[in-house]
Design a protein around this ligand. Structure first.
Ligand SMILES: *Cc1c(COP(=O)(O)O)cnc(C)c1O
Length: 347
């Protein structure tokens, strides 16, 4: 049976009031790694995994994941944004955690199958929503010692999500923390659950103080900005000429961030720099933002660091360069603007 022949449930979703929460869609892709190889994957309607109580994913954090989106275009076609980059990044995460890499072709094929089989869950063009894909690899199978798992699962599921901003771009305030999300030579550059487990407490503390999330400082010296809990950081110098973003081995390299960096340089004529952004030298920047698949481009109003509160452009309004970056990126994702070579995979 091809994915377009699969029976479909009736979808009853208020597209204009979608948030970011779990919604069970009809099909997910599931493949097992056994006897040293990935077995043929298939779509399944079952959204519950049955795994050994000894699975390394449960005890030793041997797991990684990805996040990417499929967009409904004006002409009815479906865009996947830079899925090859997610495939490459998941390979690097698997390598770091001693898990078998999922070949890029298998990763992209799985994403396409899941999008096609759940096509009726893709929010219509113009609602600002998209179909969020969550690929992941977990170590499973009977085990107790600290070692790599005997078996693995690769799965991709999909969830319709609403726009990150309902009423237009609104700046968010962030706060620094005494905690780190990753160690200097740890797993910060891998998209693994352990980094997120470490960020739950500082994230909850930040939210209790009414900040959007934590801005993590470099774990070695706590003097430089690294990234937000689940998004990368960028800033624009006060003269409006340079796009600056931190460079560090403990940052998770955001595909959105590198896309913005490319657009800033090639389409907006800005200079671009990956370098140090010192937390006590934020006066040089006129705008700042957080970026990622979920956050898209979130303007940063201000950052609280100890007793200091630094406001960039405004706490209530988005700066002009941040707005242009957002418009350019989102225009490409929905197919309204020409994409750089290879950025869009049609489903
Ligand atoms: C996934 C993620 C990001 C954003 O990466 P994108 O590829 O842009 O979605 C940023 N920081 C962390 C820690 C992440 O896990």
């Amino acid at each position: 049976m091809t994915s377009t022949d699969l029976p479909r449930s009736e979808v009853n979703i208020d597209w204009n009031n979608l948030g970011f929460s779990y919604i069970r869609t009809d099909y997910r892709y599931l493949a097992h790694w056994r006897d040293g190889a990935w077995q043929a994957g298939e779509l399944t309607g079952d959204n519950v995994l049955h795994i050994s109580e000894g699975s390394t994913a449960l005890h030793y954090g041997q797991q990684c994941f990805e996040g990417l989106k499929a967009y409904r275009c004006k002409d009815g076609s479906i865009n996947l944004f830079r899925a090859d980059q997610n495939a490459a990044r998941m390979s690097r995460s698997c390598e770091r955690l001693l898990m078998p890499e999922v070949p890029a072709e298998m990763f992209i094929e799985a994403c396409k199958q899941v999008v096609k089989a759940n096509e009726h869950f893709i929010p219509p063009y113009g609602t600002g929503g998209s179909l969020y894909l969550r690929p992941f690899v977990i170590g499973v199978g009977d085990n107790i010692g600290v070692r790599s798992a005997p078996e693995f699962i690769f799965s991709v599921f999909a969830i319709p999500v609403g726009p990150y901003f309902k009423g237009g771009l609104v700046p968010t305030n962030f706060v620094t923390s005494m905690y780190d999300r990753a160690a200097p030579n740890g797993t910060g550059a891998a998209k693994v659950g352990g980094n997120y487990a470490a960020s739950l407490l500082p994230g909850a503390e930040a939210k209790k103080r009414h900040f959007g999330d934590v801005i993590y400082l470099d774990p070695a010296t706590h003097t430089k900005i690294e990234e937000v809990g689940s998004a990368n950081f960028f800033a624009i110098t006060k003269d409006g000429k340079k796009f600056v973003t931190p460079k560090s081995p403990s940052i998770l390299p955001s595909i959105t961030k590198y896309s913005l960096l490319h657009l800033a340089e090639k389409r907006m004529g800005l200079q671009v720099e990956e370098g140090d952004v010192y937390i006590d030298q934020l006066d040089q920047y006129g705008e700042a933002g957080a970026c990622g698949t979920a956050a898209v481009v979130t303007p940063i109003g201000g950052i609280q660091n100890g007793d200091d509160f630094h406001v960039f452009y405004s706490e209530t309004e988005v700066g002009p360069i941040t707005r242009r970056l957002y418009d350019e990126l989102v225009g490409i994702q929905y197919g309204d603007k020409d994409a750089p070579e290879g950025w869009i995979i049609k489903v």
